[in-house]
Every structure is written in C-alpha cells, then in structure tokens.
Design a protein around this ligand. Structure first.
Ligand SMILES: Cc1ncc(CO)c(N)n1
Length: 224
C-alpha cells in the first residue's frame, strides 16, 4: 500500500536501473570474479596494477578540476570539503601503488600505457575542460569511484575466496569509508541533477554511460 505513495527515485537511481546491464558488466566483471574466487593470474593482476597507477596519475588532475568547478559553480560550499578529502586520499593511493608495485616486482617507471588506458585518460582529459559543467563532472567522478567501490566490496563479502595477498587491494576501494564517500558524491550529483537543464541532464547521462563503458574496457584490458 505504501508503495504507491513512494517518492520517485533519484536521477542516479533511474540511470542505474535503465543502464543496469552495462553497470553490472562494469561492477561484476570476470576480472573481479577471478579475484573473488582466487583464480586470478598474477600476471593479469600486475598488468592491472601498473596500468591503474598510470590511470590514477591522470585521475588526480581530473579530481582537481572537479574541485575547481565546485569552487566556482557549487551552490553548497561543503562540496569542496568532500572533494578535497577525496583528493587527499589520492595522495595515499599514489604511495600505495608504489609500495604495492615493488611488492609484486612491477617497475612503474617502465609501464607503457595501453591503448584502452590512453582512450580512458583522453576521455578524462576532455572532462577537465572549463566548458564542462560541474554537474556533468561530479556525475563522472561519482561513476568512476562507485565502479571500483562496488567491484572491490564484492571481493570482500563473506562468501568470497579472495586470496590474502589481494585483500589489501580490495580494502582500498571496498572499505566502508570509501563507500560513504561514494554515497556522498552520489548525493551531490543527484542534488545537482535535480536542478539541471535538460541539456545538462542529457550530457551527464551520456558521460555516465561512457564511464561505465571505459571501465568495462579497462577490466578487459587487465584480463589480457
Ligand atoms: C580504471 C579505474 N577506475 C576507477 C578507479 C577509482 O579510483 C581507478 N583507480 N581506476
């Protein structure tokens, strides 16, 4: 009975339903299943590690560009604090990649970005442009983070058989604090999307879909 009086869901809610096939492809990829069931080839994990390090080096300026847009365009000054917190964690993340790489014998200085990674980084670069609205950029940031959060949290569920040496990686993105950060980004995105023009809304949805597709390609690349 209560159902008929329920509020209509948020924009991101509607998109996740509408694009559930590609969302599941991005968050339940065979690469993630292989981590979760312990069947992953260490060479594939090492390939992902090296490529993701390079990706994060482009993701830092992207996240900074979203912070800049928040400062200029946001109607809520607390957005900037949320984004600054995210950027601060990226500092730890870069250090973690360096430690993890040396643990696995991956030489970060000699990693060559693969085509798929280059395409994704070029897309991120296009989102850094001043003409890209804050609403579109924050939606993209949420999408990028939530894919990793959902993917790696899946590897930490009770029935998962994630190998001990991969648990720390899964914890990085699968932990509860990161989950809360993603929920906050989603709330900011939804708040902005609610006030967005039709044109902005369309751009944000297309961007959301592009991110999901790039994420699927990134996992495909990592699997070799
Ligand atoms: C490819 C990719 N997507 C998302 C994240 C999350 O930060 C990441 N590190 N790498």
């Amino acid at each position: 009975m209560e159902g008929i009086h329920r509020d209509v869901g948020s924009t991101t809610d509607a998109w996740l339903k509408k694009h559930s096939i590609v969302y599941i492809a991005a968050t339940r990829h065979p690469f993630i299943h292989a981590i979760r069931d312990g069947s992953i080839d260490p060479n594939n994990f090492k390939r992902w590690l090296g490529q993701d390090y390079l990706f994060v080096r482009t993701f830092v300026p992207f996240a900074s560009s979203v912070l800049l847009k928040a400062w200029k365009e946001s109607d809520d000054s607390s957005d900037m604090d949320v984004l600054l917190g995210g950027i601060a964690s990226l500092n730890d993340e870069i250090s973690w990649f360096k430690r993890e790489a040396s643990k696995w014998g991956v030489q970060l200085s000699s990693i060559v970005p693969q085509q798929v990674n280059q395409n994704y980084c070029r897309f991120l670069e296009s989102l850094m442009g001043l003409e890209v609205e804050y609403t579109v950029a924050i939606t993209a940031l949420w999408a990028i983070e939530v894919v990793y959060q959902q993917s790696f949290a899946h590897c930490l569920e009770e029935d998962a058989s994630t190998p001990a040496d991969l648990r720390e990686t899964c914890q990085r993105w699968g932990n509860e604090e990161f989950g809360r950060y993603c929920s906050t980004l989603r709330m900011i995105a939804d708040r902005r999307l609610m006030k967005a023009t039709d044109s902005e809304l369309k751009k944000a949805e297309v961007t959301f879909l592009c991110i999901l597709e790039h994420e699927v390609e990134f996992w495909n690349m990592s699997r070799g």
